[in-house]
Design a protein around this ligand. Structure first.
Ligand code: 2NL
Length: 348
């Protein structure tokens, strides 16, 4: 029986050589140490052993058991270690490499100039309010005194949504909604996106953004002088204190009287050039005293209240401010263009 035990030990150790696989180890473990294994079988046959040899055989079984268990533990640990080494080798990281540069983003040039313009108005005491792009006919046209047959109301002029809704053609809807729920005195600017059925071109886009604004108070408190003062101050803060500003009479359904506002040409300073078509001036704003019908539409009594309003296209103004010659550059998101306007660049 001793002989048999030594054979079991020798065979098991042979099979548990360095590099034995998981499956090989498991086979040996089950065959030798398992519940129906070779060592268990020996113990069962103990009664065949003469009494004086029993302690010796018992010790030997325990010794072999301990030895094989230790050997298996060692092999499993060595295998784990090898697997770890392999995976470290595959995913080797050179911690001494310099870090990868993550470039910092910046605001789009149109956003930069929009924020500059809004900052000028807020410094003058205006509040900034944004409202919805999807609007009903009343808040986009009706309340603004557009006659029912006005061409701007045609299917062609904007994008209509089933259910009588449309994409707003200007941000005046925001001012109507503010006036509906609040009483004067009010000084508000409304920035936001607007939509029109236009082809994308050097000067136009089906989506663009506007800043409109208005100031309303008791009649006599706000006059056309305030319109001229606020807009002149705004334009000189934006384009420089030596910028010429002129008001030209015009027409809008929502204002009476109405005025378009020009600034002296930024390129030739009024001398006349190709950009200003030799006139020395560039149109920049629309403005006027709010029409009595608009005041009535929001529930204000025109014999009690009066105010002025204005509107400007943010992209068109940015073209002039930044010296860009084609509106489409603002929408293409070409980094060769955009990177010229990193914060602290041409816009500031
Ligand atoms: C232009 C013309 C203008 C307004 C917008 C306005 C808004 C209300 C009442 C009266 Cl709620 N007027 N907005 C007034 C005059 C001109 O914009 O050519 N914009 C680019």
């Amino acid at each position: 029986m001793r002989q048999q035990l030594e054979e079991i030990r020798a065979r098991a150790l042979r099979e548990l050589a360095d590099g034995a696989t998981d499956a090989q180890i498991e086979t040996v473990r089950v065959r030798v140490l398992g519940r129906a294994g070779e060592l268990t079988e020996i113990m069962r046959r103990m009664r065949e052993v003469p009494n004086e040899e029993k302690p010796l055989i018992g010790r030997l079984v325990n010794e072999i058991k301990g030895e094989l268990e230790a050997r298996i533990e060692l092999l499993v640990a060595a295998q784990k270690h090898a697997a770890m080494e392999r995976s470290l080798g595959e995913a080797r990281i050179d911690v001494t490499l310099p870090g990868r540069h993550v470039p910092r983003g910046w605001l789009h040039p149109v956003t930069q100039s929009r924020e500059r313009m809004l900052a000028i108005f807020t410094a003058m005491g205006f509040e900034v309010i944004e409202t919805q792009d999807i609007e009903d006919d009343f808040h986009n046209f009706g309340a603004l005194n557009f006659p029912p047959d006005h061409p701007a109301r045609e299917m062609q002029d904007t994008f209509f949504i089933p259910g009588g809704l449309l994409l707003r053609t200007h941000t005046s809807n925001g001012q109507i909604r503010v006036m509906e729920r609040r009483k004067p005195p009010l000084a508000i600017v409304c920035p936001g996106n607007c939509y029109r059925h236009d082809e994308l071109s050097v000067r136009a886009s089906p989506m663009f953004s506007q800043i409109e604004g208005f100031m309303v108070d008791r009649i006599g408190v706000i006059t056309m002088a305030h319109l001229k003062g606020v807009l002149t101050e705004f334009l000189r803060a934006l384009f420089g204190t030596d910028t010429g500003v002129r008001f030209r009479s015009s027409f809008f359904p929502f204002t009476e009287p109405s005025a378009e506002v020009d600034i002296s040409c930024l390129l030739c300073h009024g001398a006349g050039c190709r950009v200003c078509k030799q006139s020395g001036w560039t149109e920049i704003l629309g403005s006027g005293m709010i029409h009595p019908n608009v005041l009535r539409a929001v529930g204000y009594d025109p014999s009690q209240y009066a105010g002025f309003a204005f509107g400007l296209g943010v992209e068109r103004t940015s073209l002039l401010k930044l010296g860009v010659h084609d509106l489409r550059l603002f929408f293409e998101n070409d980094l060769r263009f955009l990177s010229q306007f990193q914060s602290g660049g041409a816009a500031s």
